[in-house]
Design a binder for this molecule. Sequence first.
Ligand code: PSU
Ligand code: MN
Length: 311
Amino acid sequence: MTGIPLVVADEVAQALADGRAVVALESNVITHGLPYPDNAATAYKVEGAVRGGGAVPATIGVDGGRLLIGMSEADIERFASTPGIPKVSSRDLPIVLARGGPGATTVASSLVAAELAGIPFFASAGIGGVHRGAETTMDISSDLVQFTRSKVAVVCAGAKNILDLNLTMEYLETQCVPLVSYRSDDFPAFYCASSGIRSPHRIDDADLVARVVENHWAAGNDSAVVITTPHRAEDAVDSEVAEAAVRKALVAAERDGVKGNAITKYLLRAVDEITGGRTAQANMAVLISTAEVGGELAAAHARHRRSGREH
Ligand code: PSU
Ligand code: MN
């Protein structure tokens, strides 16, 4: 099958062999999202939330020329506390694997790893998307392109609010990526409950979501299904407060000449400084709440597959 060595955690391997639900998780959010030790603490809570939802977590990383499918506590601690572990998106993956060093996977590269390992579900809070000003920078996250190539269901709280969410949704539509919003009318905006943009489809029933995922693949698509779940209203950041901070952060990024794959981390940090740490708290909370829903939906999907096999 694959020539790339996978180090699959025992618990993950067992769950996959039994047909039980597994949810893949990215590690870039650990190394490039939050400061130590909040990042490690959040990673454990995110894994706990997946379990609470009824699935086994598999945090993805790269190390020693191998893909880690389910990082150990020691791996997570090391990734969280070691400065300079590179952000590895899909196109960086063959290089970091060949060199043998550690690497933190984005949404895009985590999907590549999940598919190789046979994990049909992935969860993260805010996916990448079309950046504001993309009409001149052409900065569109590889996350979106990877959705057209990886047969994995992606559970998220929409896309990061630093992005152009209208263009992000247009891109997903153009690329034939199904988008359903679980128990909400709108496309969420990361730690803000709504982007103000209506989702094309609302589904309130987890079993129906499982059927959507299977239908998409049964129709011959080797691509992702995006399922959004909004952050809890009481923990969400007010949209106007967030938008004002994002605008200021964009001005600062322009002034500092930040671009390319460094912009996401820069903007998230700047927004956090502007809001006095409010958004980092919300980022941690939404990672956890999304992971729990990811676990529930993955469990519903695994049940659906098992019942299909019995018939
Ligand atoms: N969440 C964070 N910080 C990040 C990201 C998420 O708090 O840096 C990441 C995710 O890993 C996502 C990536 O896949 O940003 C997208 O980056 P880009 O726009 O460069 O493709
Ligand atoms: Mn980019």
